[in-house]
Design a protein around this ligand. Structure first.
Ligand SMILES: C[S@@+](CC[C@H](N)C(=O)[O-])C[C@H]1O[C@@H](n2cnc3c(N)ncnc32)[C@H](O)[C@@H]1O
Length: 547
C-alpha cells in the first residue's frame, strides 16, 4: 500500500468515526482529505459525496466546490445525493449567488416579466460547476426550482446558450418535467414540437430546447431523430431521452408473465404505474448496500430464496441482490414498464442472482411453492383492495421459520398527505401533468403551513412521476398500529421489529427500558402518540413465521 493510500484510508476512517459521532462537518473535511490523498481512487470520491450530503455549510467554500466539481466530472460517481451541498455552494457562490438572489427578488416585484431579461451578465450561468451539476443533481428546494423554471423560460427565447440549454434539458428530464409552464410558454413549446414532428425544423438547438419541456421519446418521429442525431454532439442527450426509452419498451415487450391480473384495483394500479413507473433511481450507491442483520439471518447463505413482491423499478431488489450475493432472488411486479427498468439496472450492475417476472401478488400462490426464506413487500399492499388478503398470499409463500419485511402506509405518518389527498379528491386536480402542477401551485394556499412543510421534505415532491405516487395515487389505504397487530395475529406472524434509525430506537429504549428488543407494539403506539413523526409515511418492519 502506498503512503498516499495509507493516509487516505486513515482519513476515511476518521470521517466514518466523525459521522457516527454526529459531526458531519468533520466527516466531510476528513473525506475531502482522503480524496486528495488518493486522487485516483473512486472510492473516496463516492465517500465524499456520501458525507457531503449531510454537511452543514454557511458560506462559500472553494475546497468543497472544487471537490464536488471533480466528483461531477468522474464517471461512476453519482452526485445526486449532494443536492443540498451543490445548492448551497451555488447560493453562496460570489458570482452565482448575487445573480440568483436578484432574479428571485425581481420576480417578486415584476412578476409579469421574466427577471432574466434584465440581467446584463449571464456568465455565472456558464460556470462549469453549475452546468455540470445541473446535468445530474435535482435540488429539493422550491426557490431553486423557481429559479430554474424562470431560466428555462428565458432559454426558450434565447436559444444561443447551447451548453446551458442541454444541461437544463437533463435537469428537467431528471424531474420528469415537473416545472410549471406558463400559458404563453406552453404555446411556444407546442408550436416548436409541431415543427419538429413535421420535419419543418431540424436543427440541434431547437431539439435541445424541446427536450427541456418534453422527453424526446414522446415525439412521433423519435426514431428518425435518434438516427439523425444519435452520433455527435447530441449523442448523450439522445441516448438518454430516446435510446433508453426504446430499449425499455423492447424489454417490456419480451417479459415473461407468471400470472395475469383480473382484480379491478390491480388493473387500475397497474395502468397508473405503466405511465409513471416508481421509483426513479439512477445509481446503486455504496450507502444503498446495507447489511441489515435481520435480512442477513435469512439471506447470507448459498441458495437462500427471497421473493421481492411489487419490486417496482428494482431499487430494493438490486440492493438486496448486491448485499447478499449468495441468495437467489425472484422479483415480481404487475407493471411491465417498471420491470423493464429494473432489468436494465440489474444488468448495469451485473447482478446475476436476481430474476424479474410479471405477476399479480394476488395470484402468486397458484404459481409459486411455499419455499421462500424471505419475502419483502414494501409500498405495495396498501395499494390493494384488500391488503391483508395480499399479505396472506405472501405469508403463505414463506417457509416455516422464514421472515417477511413489510412496508405499509400509516394513518398517523401520512396525515399531511391525507390532508392534500382530501383536496385532490374533490376533483379539481386531475392526475395529469397539468393537474399535478396546478395542485403544486395551489398547495400553499390550501394546506396548513405544517402539512405543507411536511410535503416539501419528501424527495418525491420534486419529481413528477413520484409526486403522482405521493399524492395522486389511484388507490391507497392506510394502517394504524392496532390494525397491524390484528393482521399479524390473523396471519400467524410474529412481530420482529421496526426498521428505524438507531437514534430513534435508543430513544424508545430510554422510555421503555423493560423492552430492550423494542418489540412491544403497545409501547410503540404510546411512543408514536408522543412523537407522531417517528415513522415517515409508512411502517416498515420484519415479522416471522413460526416453525
Ligand atoms: C410504490 S411502488 C413500490 C416499488 C418498490 N417496492 C419500492 O418501494 O421501491 C408499488 C409497486 O407495487 C406494484 N403492485 C401494486 N399492486 C400489485 C399487485 N397486486 N401485484 C404485483 N405488484 C403490485 C406496482 O406495480 C408498483 O410497481
Amino acid at each position: 500500500m502506498s503512503a498516499g493510500s495509507d493516509t487516505a484510508e486513515n482519513l476515511f476512517l476518521l470521517a466514518e468515526k466523525a459521522a457516527l459521532q454526529n459531526r458531519p462537518g468533520d466527516a466531510v473535511r476528513y473525506s475531502l482529505g482522503a480524496m486528495r490523498a488518493a486522487p485516483g481512487s473512486i472510492v473516496y470520491k463516492r465517500a465524499f459525496i456520501r458525507f457531503a450530503a449531510a454537511a452543514p455549510l454557511l458560506e462559500y467554500d472553494p475546497d468543497l466546490a472544487e471537490a464536488l466539481r471533480i466528483c461531477l466530472e468522474t464517471s461512476g460517481v453519482d452526485c445526486a445525493a449532494a443536492d443540498v451541498l451543490w445548492g448551497r455552494l451555488l447560493l453562496f457562490h460570489p458570482a452565482f449567488g448575487p445573480l440568483y438572489r436578484r432574479v428571485l427578488k425581481k420576480r417578486l416585484f415584476f412578476g409579469w416579466k421574466n427577471p432574466f431579461e434584465g440581467v446584463s451578465d449571464l456568465t455565472p450561468l456558464l460556470d462549469p460547476f453549475f452546468v455540470l451539476g445541473a446535468q445530474t443533481i435535482v435540488v429539493r428546494y422550491l426557490p431553486f426550482e423557481k429559479f430554474m423554471t424562470l431560466l428555462r423560460a428565458f432559454l426558450l427565447d434565447h436559444p444561443a446558450l447551447a451548453a446551458l440549454t442541454e444541461a437544463m434539458a437533463r435537469y428537467c428530464y431528471n424531474t420528469d418535467y415537473i416545472f410549471d409552464v406558463k400559458p404563453a410558454e406552453g404555446k411556444k413549446v407546442a408550436a416548436l414540437r409541431a415543427r419538429i414532428e413535421n420535419g419543418e425544423t431540424a436543427d440541434e438547438r431547437s431539439l435541445v430546447l424541446l427536450a427541456c419541456y418534453i422527453p424526446l421519446f414522446h415525439l412521433k418521429n423519435a426514431k428518425t431523430l435518434r438516427e439523425r442525431w444519435g452520433q455527435g454532439a447530441l449523442a448523450g442527450l439522445i441516448q438518454q431521452q430516446i435510446g433508453e426509452g426504446e430499449a425499455l419498451q423492447l424489454q417490456a415487450q419480451s417479459l415473461e408473465a407468471l400470472t395475469d391480473s383480473d382484480d379491478d384495483v390491480s388493473l387500475k394500479v397497474r395502468e397508473m404505474y405503466e405511465e409513471s413507473p416508481y421509483p426513479r433511481w439512477r445509481e446503486l450507491t455504496e450507502t444503498d448496500i446495507v447489511h441489515w442483520p435481520e435480512d442477513g439471518k435469512c439471506l447470507n447463505r448459498k441458495g437462500a430464496r427471497a421473493l421481492i413482491a411489487g419490486c417496482g423499478t428494482g431499487r430494493e431488489s438490486a440492493q438486496l441482490a448486491a448485499a447478499w450475493p449468495e441468495a437467489e432472488i425472484l422479483a415480481i411486479d404487475m407493471t411491465r414498464a417498471s420491470l423493464a427498468y429494473a432489468i436494465a439496472k440489474a444488468a448495469e450492475y451485473h447482478l446475476e442472482n436476481v430474476r424479474y417476472k410479471q405477476a399479480d401478488i394476488l395470484k402468486l400462490d397458484t404459481v409459486l411453492k411455499p419455499d421462500f426464506d424471505y419475502v419483502h413487500c414494501v409500498g405495495v399492499l396498501h395499494h390493494m383492495q384488500d391488503p391483508v388478503r395480499g399479505w396472506e398470499v405472501l405469508a403463505g409463500l414463506v417457509k416455516p421459520g422464514g421472515t417477511m419485511f413489510i412496508g405499509l402506509y400509516g394513518e398517523i405518518p401520512r396525515r399531511s398527505i391525507v390532508a392534500a389527498r382530501n383536496f385532490i379528491a374533490q376533483g379539481k386536480y386531475p392526475a395529469t401533468a397539468e393537474g399535478m402542477r396546478a395542485f403544486r401551485r395551489d398547495a400553499p394556499k390550501l394546506l396548513t403551513p405544517a402539512h405543507y412543510a411536511t410535503l416539501l421534505k419528501a424527495l418525491d415532491y420534486y419529481h413528477l412521476n413520484m409526486y403522482r405516487d405521493l399524492l395522486f395515487h389511484v388507490h391507497e389505504c392506510r394502517f394504524t398500529l392496532p390494525q397491524i397487530v390484528e393482521a399479524l395475529k390473523k396471519l400467524g406472524l410474529v412481530f420482529g421489529g421496526f426498521k428505524l434509525p438507531e437514534a430513534v430506537l435508543a430513544e424508545y429504549r430510554g422510555k421503555f427500558p423493560e423492552d430492550a428488543e423494542a418489540l412491544d407494539l403497545d409501547n410503540w403506539q404510546r411512543f408514536e402518540q408522543e412523537f407522531p413523526d417517528t415513522f415517515i409515511h409508512s411502517y416498515k418492519f420484519w415479522c416471522h413465521k413460526n416453525i
